[in-house]
Design a binder for this molecule. Structure first.
Ligand code: TPP
Ligand code: MG
Length: 366
């Protein structure tokens, strides 16, 4: 008997959230920010100024990088972190310097937070030998292993199991350090995540797995690519979990500190969803037809850098001229970095195959 096609077969994605007239209204819903003031969080005036400088550096570094890309100074992929700076900054201030961090390809902010200078970062983008990965990693592969930043990874979800490896090593060697892995909402339905969460919980690994939910996986809204609340993935593994407002650096700092302390004390893993928003396209070649200008503007009203700036002024942490001095200093640092990158040499031809294998480690050669 011939099949008859029924009218009610629907393949339109039915993910989380409400859709009106087939249009997803918002990328992510932000949870409430902490109401605590900086002193109650244990943060000093100097901490706040340093946090501001770090976030402002990440922002201006990328804005200049975008300009240089458009001028044709370098090519390839360029994924900007603009809008998400409170996550890297709040986290790095909340954890210890020796804790391991690994992230995906949206990695410039993480690198700057973990000791890569503006010079080394910009030179890396330009593919120059003075870059943090000697000009051979480019935008997606910033790394600073000496400061426990294990880099940016291009395969969605591919770096998540590596974080379990760090945590295993930290536990086995009793270093007292924990490891943190950051990835996008697009990675939460990759098999690698689920295999890793299971093992991490089974072996009680001192690891934190963090989704930077910026509402989109390339041009697909989270509400159209994933079912149920992302944070609830933790329930299937009986894992501790939290949702954090990623547009507020105090909220990230407060919660990530609590979580890091718990992991260090109990050696039990956490799964954390930090909600945020990326202001720019997925990468440089993204016409952004999947979202409205109004949506972007709504999140920009919550801008993490302006929020901290306003807080400092309103709470007499710093006066306008002190903040302006930081902004001017950062501006110069980034301009100098562009000049440094431009004037630096490309790697030599003989360097092409260097750093491909762990040459001192026999396991890679057998
Ligand atoms: C395994 C794999 N599949 C597909 C891609 C192509 N790809 C690159 S980025 C991306 C979107 C990921 O989005 P998300 O995880 O939300 O991170 P975001 O870009 O928002 O930071 C995709 C599908 C890839 N790099 N790796
Ligand atoms: Mg995303």
């Amino acid at each position: 008997m011939a099949n008859t096609i029924k009218d009610d077969i629907i393949f339109a994605p039915r993910g989380i959230g409400e859709e009106q007239d087939g249009v997803v209204q918002k990328g992510v819903d932000l949870p409430a920010a902490t109401r605590k003031k900086h002193k109650a969080l244990g943060l000093t005036q100097d901490d706040l100024l340093a946090m501001f400088e770090q976030m402002y550096l990440q922002r201006r570094f990328e804005e200049r990088a975008m300009q240089q890309y458009q001028k044709g100074k370098f090519g390839g992929f360029l994924h900007l972190y603009i809008g998400q700076e409170a996550i890297s900054t709040g986290t790095v201030f909340a954890i210890d310097d020796k804790d391991d961090i690994i992230t995906a390809y949206r990695d410039h902010g993480w690198g700057l937070c973990r000791g890569i200078s503006a010079n080394e970062g910009m030179a890396e983008l330009f593919g120059k030998a003075t870059g943090c990965s000697r000009g051979k990693g480019g935008s997606m592969h910033f790394a600073n292993v000496k400061e426990h930043f294990w880099g940016g990874y291009g395969i969605v979800g591919g770096h998540i199991p590596i974080n379990a490896g760090f945590a295993f090593a930290n536990k086995y060697n009793q270093t007292g350090n924990i490891s943190l892995c950051f990835f996008g909402d697009g990675a939460v339905d990759q098999g690698a995540l689920h295999e890793t969460l299971n093992l991490a919980q089974l072996w009680k690994l001192p690891a934190i797995f963090v989704v930077e939910n910026n509402g989109y996986s390339m041009g697909t809204a989270a509400k159209r690519h994933t079912v149920a609340e992302i944070v609830d993935r933790a329930k299937g593994y009986d894992m501790k979990s939290a949702v954090i407002n990623g547009m507020d650096v105090f909220s990230v700092y407060e919660k990530m500190k609590e979580i890091a302390d718990d992991v260090r004390k109990t050696s039990e893993p956490w799964f954390v969803e930090i909600r945020t928003y990326r202001y720019r396209g997925h990468s440089m070649s993204d016409p952004q037809k999947y979202r409205s200008k109004e949506e972007l503007e709504e999140y920009q009203k919550n801008d993490p850098i302006l929020r901290l700036r306003d807080y400092m002024l309103a709470n007499n942490v710093a006066k306008e001229d002190a903040i302006k001095a930081i902004e001017d200093k950062v501006e110069q640092e980034v301009l100098d970095a562009v000049k440094f990158a431009d004037e630096s040499p490309y790697p030599e031809e003989h360097e092409m195959y260097e750093d491909m294998f762990a040459e001192e480690n026999p396991y890679f050669h057998t």
